[in-house]
Every structure is written in structure tokens, then in C-alpha cells.
Design a protein around this ligand. Structure first.
Ligand code: WT7
Length: 655
């Protein structure tokens, strides 16, 4: 641990920290939406006539056959741009490659060790066409599921776009997930092909990927083709007939491929996210609506222009990487930076060095990263010229005022608006965010809804909460990039998102609205943690723990954490014959890492002979959460079956 004090994150709400920051006149003058009045006017139009608004955005894309109807809505089923035929990859690549942006950089990439590549739209077009032909030659067809497990290299985007191009459905699995997580996703999606790499670089080391895929495939037999990018040169075994080197396949592939138009509602991808059960949900997104949503939000919220150099630091394994690295930015034909590795490799100056070198103008990252940078010290950004930046973005969790101000002043030089963007894997695109030339920014609030998005905060009875009163965040009108279903589980889809209030989408977040109409997101209302901006289900962690032979029962809860936002605390009671020990503790931690992935490893493990339960045997997580947050329990404990459990836990935590 460094001697430096970690930043205070939780409570400071002094006037200085919640000051209102209006965009500069200079920014507003050039922006698409130059004032609050312009925002209000377009917002009103978009809510009065949402179909008109969305149709005009959709028409900026290339359709092979125009849509005949904008929306078919029978909650919870949405069909957008009915009758239209579109090829998503054609919109992201061909439009630019076969037009005036042919020689414009699409991707400026840096590998963690320092290797660099710049890929123009014309080159990207060649690569995508070739890989589309590779997939077709190996028998991958429209609607087949293709699992993608890749490091952050351009081939990840090429693979996604090639799938989109031929109508195959990709399922990107974050490269930090473990083999069992891959297996779950293979089984649930029924994937028949995999695109991966031998490994990727992370924190100066090779993270093996293909061997992790092989491990998963010991229990899944439906994969007939694996395409392997040679990235790191680590040892991998290749099964003849099934496993193919990417470079060998690409060498002989034709660079000619005509993009076929698919139905607007053709499935584009499945992306798994944690929910309140042990089984992650396969969020399904479709083509025309998803592309319209990501395209329009990039245009208005990131104010993307031809001269911009945009950088989103997310991984393609998360929805942010899908919507705001691959589809939205590329539909806008922007130049973007892509980076393979860790932010502190070789040191915490890496991002700032890259911003300086590539003259990045728009930078999109997460509060958890900002807090890590604050902790690392100002000397890192101070060494670099960050004056190319004009707009900053934040995503994943509410941004605390301290982080906001550091980001605004240290990185933005006090003159870049910060768009605090609220959205979810399910929403596909940003739904609540400042519009940078218009909306005054206030640290901690995502401010106002995007065009066409009808947000409300409701109480348990379904009545709208008055200002400053917390309730449930709902979306009252359908929007084009909304998820269409949980893959293979329509019933769970309805129950999760459309059952609380008939016909309305429930986000699962608590929120309140202030008197000016700004939305303040409080956090998840379900048993889902937000660790470093990533969703983790408590049930997932618990089911991983009870799969260990020593564990009888377990309960996972979140506790506040300076850097990660939330840390994972678990309570474990052991089976007879097992005893708590530091060795067992680290074994359990690694066990969770092996089952889910390193991000899910518990921060604290508390061994306890019993868990607090109701008389009917339900674990009362609320008490455990209070205990790890405050060290004590003040709430109602009358439902508790055995009071002595609490006293025991209190003394355990006091140690
Ligand atoms: C959950 C969605 C959206 C991409 C990254 C995470 C929280 C997200 C914000 C924000 C407050 C936020 C919510 C949401 N969240 N952005 N700007 N302010 N909270 O996607 O894994 O689907 O998680 O992240 O709780 O429900 P995800």
C-alpha cells in the first residue's frame, strides 16, 4: 500500500462540489444542439412524436429496403422499422470505405507492449469482407451463434462486424471470464463457432485465451470451428479440422463480399449480464433499431464529427464496447483509438500519453478508473499535453463529485463538458445524459433523458414520485435499441422488465429527480452488485461458493469501496469436518475466480457458523449488508429466527 491517502469518495456534497457547469459558449456554438432551449424543443417533439423522431434518425442510415412502418408495439414486444432491410456492417464499414472516408483511420490501435497499428476504413472493409468469407466457407450461416473471446485487438471488432455482415449472431464473452462462464454461455446460446486468440497482453503478462476455451469445450461438443488469432505466441493446441489459425484462413480469403440486407428485427447479438439468479441473462439485441439508437446517441451525446479522435476505454466484452466502440462510432464514421491493455502499464501515465500522442478529442471512461488515477497521483497527467480533448464521458455507476471535479479539471483542463451517461446492457444505448452543448452539468447526475426517451420515477403503487423522493426508474415508451428478449427465456424477460408496472420497462435502478428535472441514479434495487462498473449477481457468487466441497451455505453482499464503488463481501458457513483457515480463505477466493472470473473474487470472506435467516429459512441479506457497511445493525430484526447469529457476526466484524 502506498502512503498516499486514498481519495474520499462517499459523502462530500458541499456546494463547491455540486456546482453547475454550463458548457462554454465556444463549445455550444459548434454543437449540434447549441442550447437548453434547443434541447427542450427537440425533446418535446421527440416525446410528442417519437416515431417521427426515430424515423428521421433511422433514415440517416443506409437501408437496402426502406421500412414501411416505424413501430409495432405490443408490450413487451417491440418491432422497429418494420419491413426494412439493413446490413449493420455495411453501415459501419462500407458506407465509409466506399465513400469519402476510405483513407480515414477507423482504428488507431495500441497493444499493451507498445506495438501500434492504424487501420483505415478501406482496410477495415477488406478485413471484414475477408473474415465474412472465411466464416461462410466454414459453414457459418445466418442466425448461427458465434462466441467471441478475444483480447482488445482490432480482430475483435472485425469478427463482430463479419458476423453482423452475414447475419450470424455474436456473443462476445469478456476475456477476463473463466472457462465455466464460457461453458454456460456456449450451452445457453447453442454456439457452433468460436473466434478467439492464443492470448492477450494484460499487466505485462500473457493472458491465455485459447487454453481457457479448450477447457470449456471438454464439456460442450457442438463447436465445429474455432478461429484463433496469433497474438502472443503462447503455446496452444490446435485440433485438426476444427481449429484454424486466423492468418492462414485470411490469407486465401477473397476481399469481395456483397452485404445482404437483413430484416430490421434480425438478431444482431446476445450479450450475457448478471441478474438476480445464479444464471446470467442472454440479452438479445436486433439490427435496425439497435444501430439507430447507438448511431443517434453518438451523434448527439458525443457530438461526433469527422475531425474527432474518439476513445472509449471499455472492453468489447461489455455492452459499452459493443455500442460505443464498434457499432455507434463506426456508424458515424469516426476515427477511434483502441487499446489492448491495463491503464497502469507501464505506469499510470499510459492513457494520458496516448491522448497526447493521438490527439484524442473525445474520451469516455468509467468512474472506477478515474478514482484509480486520482490515487496514483497528479504527476502522471501533469506530464502530458491533454489540450486536444474537448469532451469527456463517464459510464457504469454514478460519478462521485470528487472524481467528477478531478476529471473535469485535471483531464479536461476545466473546459470540457462531462457527459455522465446512464444506460444498461438491456437499453443498448444511452438513455439519460447531458447533451454537451446544451445541458448544464452537475457532478453526480446523469441529468436529462435523451430524445425520445420517456423516463419516470414511480413508487410501489405506480404513482410518480414528487421531486427529491426516491423511487424506481422506469421507461414509459419503447425505444429502438431496447433489448427484445432474454435469449431462450421470454418468460424471464417479461417478469424481469415488464411485470412491476404493466407495459413499462423497469430498469432495476433506484433514482430520484430534483426540482430542475435532473435524474440522480442511486443504484441497483435488486441483488446485483456494481463492482468497478460491472454487474455481478450475488446469487452467481453464492452458487460458485456452494459448489466448493467445504461450503455449506453462503451469502454475498456489497460494501462501499473507495476504488471499485462496491466490493464483494461474502459470509460462508462450512460443512462439518472443515475448518476456517487463511488457506481455505484464499482457496475459496481463487475458486470463485475460476468459476466466474477474476472480477468476481470476494474482497472479504467471513466464516460464520450460521447466517441470519427468517423463520422460513430465507437469508436476510439486508442485515449482512448493513453489517459490512456500518459495522452494526440498527434496523428491524424481528423476523430473525436466531438473534445470537447477529451478535456473533458483530463480534466477528469487530475483530
Ligand atoms: C447498470 C447497468 C451501461 C454500460 C455499463 C454498465 C449502472 C450505468 C450509470 C450512470 C449511475 C449507472 C446502473 C445500471 N449505471 N451507468 N451513468 N450513473 N449508474 O452496464 O453492466 O448493464 O449495468 O449500471 O445501475 O442499471 P450494465
Amino acid at each position: 500500500m502506498s502512503a498516499k491517502k486514498s481519495p474520499k469518495i462517499q459523502k462530500d456534497h458541499s456546494a463547491e462540489l455540486t456546482a453547475v457547469h454550463k458548457p462554454s459558449k465556444e463549445f455550444s456554438k459548434k454543437a449540434r444542439i447549441p442550447s437548453m432551449a434547443a434541447y427542450e424543443k427537440l425533446y418535446k417533439h421527440s416525446i410528442d412524436k417519437p416515431e417521427k423522431f426515430w424515423a428521421s434518425e433511422a433514415k440517416e442510415l443506409t437501408w437496402q429496403k426502406p421500412f414501411s412502418k416505424v413501430l409495432d408495439w405490443k408490450a413487451p414486444d417491440a418491432k422497429w422499422f418494420v419491413g426494412g432491410k439493413i446490413n449493420v456492417a455495411e453501415n459501419c464499414v462500407d458506407r465509409h470505405a466506399l465513400g469519402s472516408r476510405a483513407n480515414k483511420a477507423a482504428i488507431i490501435w495500441e497493444g499493451e507492449p507498445g506495438d501500434k497499428r492504424t487501420i483505415t476504413y478501406a482496410q477495415l472493409h477488406r478485413e471484414v469482407c475477408k473474415f465474412a468469407n472465411v466464416l461462410l466457407a466454414r459453414g457459418v450461416k445466418s442466425k448461427d451463434r458465434v462466441l467471441i473471446y478475444m483480447p482488445m485487438i482490432p480482430e475483435a471488432a472485425v469478427a463482430m462486424l463479419a458476423c453482423a455482415r452475414i447475419g450470424a449472431v455474436h456473443n462476445v464473452v469478456f476475456g477476463g471470464f473463466a472457462s465455466e462462464a464460457i461453458l454456460d454461455r456456449l450451452e445457453d446460446s447453442g454456439a457452433t463457432a468460436i473466434v478467439t486468440a492464443d492470448g492477450g497482453w494484460r499487466r505485462g503478462k500473457v493472458v491465455a485465451l485459447k487454453p481457457t476455451v479448450d477447457e470449456a469445450l471438454k464439456k460442450y461438443g457442438k463447436v465445429t470451428n474455432i478461429f484463433v488469432v496469433n497474438r502472443t505466441g503462447n503455446d496452444v493446441s490446435m485440433k485438426s479440422g476444427r481449429d484454424h489459425w486466423w492468418h492462414e484462413e485470411m490469407e486465401n480469403a477473397s476481399a469481395k463480399h456483397e452485404p445482404k440486407g437483413f430484416d430490421s428485427e434480425h438478431p444482431l447479438f446476445i450479450l450475457y449480464t448478471s441478474g438476480s439468479t445464479g444464471k446470467p441473462k442472454g440479452i438479445l439485441h436486433t439490427s435496425g433499431g439497435y444501430l439507430t439508437g447507438t448511431y443517434a446517441t453518438c451523434k448527439y451525446i458525443f457530438d461526433m464529427r469527422d475531425e474527432d479522435v474518439y476513445w472509449c476505454t471499455a472492453d468489447v466484452g461489455w455492452i459499452t464496447g459493443h455500442s460505443y466502440i464498434v457499432y455507434g462510432p463506426m456508424a458515424n464514421g469516426v476515427t477511434q483509438v483502441m487499446y489492448e491493455g491495463a491503464p497502469n502499464q507501464p505506469d499510470f501515465g499510459r492513457f494520458w500519453k496516448m491522448i497526447e500522442e493521438h490527439r484524442v478529442t473525445i474520451f469516455y471512461t468509467a468512474p472506477t478508473a478515474i478514482r484509480a488515477f486520482i490515487k496514483a497521483g497528479d504527476e502522471f497527467p501533469d506530464k502530458h499535453d491533454l489540450s486536444s480533448l474537448r469532451l469527456l464521458g463517464s459510464v457504469g455507476e454514478p460519478i462521485n463529485p470528487e472524481a467528477w471535479h478531478w476529471y473535469y479539471n485535471k483531464i479536461g483542463g476545466g473546459n470540457c463538458p462531462i457527459v455522465d451517461t446512464w444506460w444498461q446492457t438491456e437499453t443498448g444505448a444511452i438513455l439519460i445524459s447531458p447533451i454537451p452543448g446544451a445541458t448544464p452539468c452537475i457532478p453526480g447526475t446523469a441529468t436529462r433523458p435523451f430524445f425520445g426517451i420517456d423516463v419516470a420515477i414511480l413508487d410501489d403503487e405506480g404513482k410518480e414520485c414528487p421531486p427529491e423522493v426516491q423511487g424506481r426508474l422506469v421507461i414509459r415508451k419503447p425505444w429502438p435499441s431496447m433489448t427484445r428478449t432474454i435469449y431462450g427465456d421470454k418468460a424471464r424477460f417479461k417478469k424481469t422488465y415488464f411485470a412491476d408496472y404493466p407495459g413499462l420497462y423497469t430498469a432495476g435502478d433506484g433514482a430520484k429527480r430534483d426540482k430542475k428535472g435532473n435524474f440522480w441514479i442511486i443504484g441497483r434495487l435488486d441483488d446485483v452488485l456494481n463492482v468497478s462498473g460491472h454487474r455481478l449477481g450475488t446469487a452467481e457468487i453464492e452458487s460458485a461458493l456452494v459448489a466448493h466441497p467445504a461450503v455449506a451455505e453462503s451469502a454475498a453482499v456489497g460494501r462501499p469501496h473507495d476504488l471499485k464503488g462496491q466490493a464483494v463481501a461474502v459470509f460462508v458457513s462450512l460443512k462439518l469436518g472443515y475448518e476456517a483457515s487463511p488457506e481455505l480463505e484464499s482457496e475459496l477466493r481463487n475458486h470463485v475466480g475460476k468459476v466466474i472470473g477474476a472480477i468476481a473474487k470476494p474482497d472479504d470472506i467471513h466464516f460464520t457458523p450460521a447466517l441470519p435467516k427468517t423463520r422460513s429459512g430465507k437469508i436476510i441479506r439486508r442485515l449482512l449488508k448493513e453489517l459490512v457497511t456500518t459495522g452494526t445493525i440498527s434496523g428491524n430484526v424481528t423476523t430473525l429466527e436466531d438473534m445470537s447469529v447477529i451478535d456473533h457476526l458483530k463480534s466477528l466484524l469487530a475483530k
